[in-house]
Write a protein that binds this ligand. Sequence first.
Ligand code: PEP
Length: 252
Amino acid sequence: MRKKIVAGNWKMNMNLYEGLELARGLNDHFTTNPVGDREVILCTPFIHLAMVSNLLTAPGLSAGAQNCNDHKSGAYTGEISAAMIKSTGAGNVIIGHSERRTCYGETDELLAAKTGEALRNGLRVIFCCGEVLEERQGNIHFEVVKRQLDRGLFVVSAEEFSRCIIAYEPVWAIGTGVTATPEQAQEMHCYIRRLVRDRYGNDAALDTTILYGGSCKASNAAELFANPDVDGGLIGGASLVKEEFCSIVNAL
Ligand code: PEP
């Protein structure tokens, strides 16, 4: 059975001390209120990663990075490899977030290379896809998501794919306060699951966790998560506030 997951994406927020305080608070909360069958992932800035990874002791909690380099090692000043992430104890990495596609020009081909490198190093990949507003208005959102998945993710083997999570994040909903309706989310998640079935077969489709991301918060999480193909959320802004994030996990 596929996992139900809430992943927080801290983006470039909080200094080390603020981040550790939030992680400790969440760890304490989920030690006394166990997540049970669910999983909670904290995707922190690189600076926080090793310490956060080591302090998360509550069952079901783990840490992740927000990006990795596509090369193994070498002269890439300022970059972080998948092997380095793995060595912190963190088990997850976000690949293909729309902010990286837009702000840093990350192409589907580069994301395929990053995904491969992350998987070869034993990380679980949270692969993001999603259309911009003009693409939805132009009714090409299914086509856009298919292309992103075909080129960036579906190049991996079936075994590697079993260590991947997909996050559907309509770009028009990220950080805007505008959330996809539960119907829009379900429609796209169902489509993505069909694409997984076509590429990797029925069992893989049933086992794949597909998260929704984009202005998901405590007040709308339950109605989004109630959909059969929505297996949890990738949470940006609302993951920075302990009570809000805990309520979202609770809604799952
Ligand atoms: C994100 O950045 O992945 C995200 C979903 O952001 P927000 O929740 O702030 O819209």
